[in-house]
Design a protein around this ligand. Structure first.
Ligand code: HEM
Length: 415
């Protein structure tokens, strides 16, 4: 079974490919079968249209009446990666304490997360509480051993000097979202409390939604996120790494802004830097949009020339009294590569030197890459014995040189 490829989803985007079919027209309708087979591989939730509430995932992108299909075998259920945006979020990055006791405690905790989300979330059913947990590359090996997610590696740095995407310590990421701050706060308290001295929190950011979905720099943020079924298609691992199907990769960066410098620019200059109109959020016409605009540099294509998207849920944060004004960037994808390509374009430039001017007013002070297991796997990891798992994986035949083509959304030119 092959996963849905990037290019099919990209063709459904009328703004960038005006001559290709939009949803409801022939091209995308004919892709329904492909979509169906892709989803079959990653989650029962979107095939049956059933709402599954385990506290980690409530996303249900497939309309109930779209496909009338028979019962499907159990497949991994994703964490709440694809949940809708909320009013509040808490981002916690922690490092793992050394020693077997700490590792054992974190593994046990993996089995408790869903129940804690349910307990806190049930008290305010309309609050949309969810939590996504991710693990860094080194932490994965310590906690769970082999097998490991195919594309998990330490955060890659880009740029140099003042304009640099820095890597900072981080073994565990918690992305807690809700429409009320109290829900996020209570869940963070419970999750961190249960981990106790097995971790040290190295970064904690409380984000808020700023007016009409605006980022700290005053522009609407999130407009070009994928929507509908494309959300899962661009963010959830499918057949390309079957043991980790339903999982995702997530990259986070905490940015601090020079708001005095940014606000000293004319609105027109700011619009050229972002690539969209500030008030209306409408994309600048191609004839006037600079190739260095944030929007241009973060628009990338695969080897076939089809657009590759990521799912962002950035949040403004800050402390005016301390002169702190920031954006917590968070991007999900089914491979780290598209996000890394975007960072390279922003920090180094496309072509090199033609960099993102937003970075003249925004400094990345943290950077981390994490793997987000499916909710099903997260729960199962509680019982993982890393030694036994590694030994068993060593005895598996090596299938890495399989003749099967990859359909993982890679932007590699070699596909
Ligand atoms: C200082 C931090 C950042 C701020 C304030 C910011 C803000 C924005 C804004 C206002 C937009 C336009 C509206 C939209 O489509 O969402 C945008 C678009 C976008 N941003 Fe960022 N962003 C930041 C960092 C990043 C980073 C680090 C990445 C990826 C590595 C990224 C990826 C994207 C993408 C993919 C788009 C959509 C481009 C398009 O299709 O037009 N952003 N961002």
């Amino acid at each position: 079974m092959h996963a849905f490829t990037w290019r099919r989803a990209a063709r459904c985007r009328p703004t960038r490919t005006p001559h290709s079919p939009t949803v409801g027209e022939t091209g995308c309708r004919s892709n329904l079968k492909t979509l169906y087979s892709f989803h079959k591989g990653i989650g029962r939730y979107n095939i049956r249209g059933a709402e599954i509430h385990n506290g980690l995932s409530t996303f249900n992108p497939m309309p109930k009446d779209t496909l009338d299909t028979p019962e499907l075998p159990d497949t991994p259920e994703p964490q709440a990666v694809c949940n809708t945006v909320t009013r509040s979020a808490i981002f916690i990055v922690a490092t793992l304490a050394s020693g077997q006791d700490a590792a054992e405690k974190v593994r046990e905790w993996c089995g408790d997360v869903a129940a804690l989300v349910r307990s806190v979330g049930k008290r305010v059913p309309s609050g949309n509480l969810s939590c996504v947990c991710g693990f860094g590359s080194d932490a994965w090996d310590t906690l769970f051993g082999a097998p490991r997610p195919a594309r998990l590696h330490p955060f890659r740095e880009f740029g140099e000097g003042e304009r640099r995407a820095v890597r900072t310590p981080g073994d565990i990421l918690l992305h807690i979202r809700a429409d009320q701050t109290d829900l996020c706060f209570e869940l963070a308290t419970q999750l961190v409390g249960r981990l106790g001295d097995a971790i040290s929190v190295v970064d904690e950011v409380h984000g808020f939604r700023y007016f009409d979905m605006r980022s700290m720099v005053g522009f609407v943020d999130g407009t070009e996120n994928p929507t509908g079924r494309a959300v899962a298609d661009f963010t959830l691992i499918g057949g390309e790494d079957p043991e980790f199907a339903g999982g995702s990769y997530v990259i986070t960066q905490k940015y601090l802004h020079d708001m005095a410098g940014w606000n000293a620019l004319s609105v027109e200059t700011q619009e050229g830097i972002i690539g969209r109109r500030k008030l209306s959020d409408i994309e600048l016409d191609a004839a006037v949009k600079p190739s260095s605009s944030h929007s241009s540099l973060t628009t990338i294509d695969d080897a076939n020339g089809d657009e590759v998207k990521i799912l962002r849920d950035n949040m403004p944060f800050g402390r005016p009294g301390a002169g702190e004004f920031g954006t917590f960037f968070i991007g999900y994808a089914r491979s780290p590569e598209p996000i890394e390509q975007m960072m390279e374009n922003m920090f180094v430039g496309r072509p090199p030197g033609n960099y993102d001017r937003l970075l003249d007013f925004s400094r990345a002070v943290t950077g981390g890459l994490f793997f987000v297991p499916s909710a099903t796997l997260l729960e199962a990891l509680a019982d993982r014995d890393p030694q036994a798992a590694t030994t068993a994986a060593d005895q598996q035949p090596d299938t890495s040189s399989s003749a099967e083509p990859r359909h993982d959304g890679s932007i590699s030119q070699n596909e």
